[in-house]
Write a new protein. Sequence first.
Length: 66
Amino acid sequence: MFEKAGEIAGAIWTALNENGAMSAKDLKKAAKVKTEKEMFLGLGWLLREDKLSVAGDEKEPTFSLK
């Protein structure tokens, strides 16, 4: 599971690096993440490493790289 989380975080980081700030829905599609659970696992990884900024509100967060 640890390795999978790292792979998902890498895909999310790459998508944000190539496209800039994105909504969760657009980011899930761009990173080719299968489920919301996996999406938030990867986002949590990046947040823990302090590599992610979150803007917007709780309903419509926007994610970007720091």
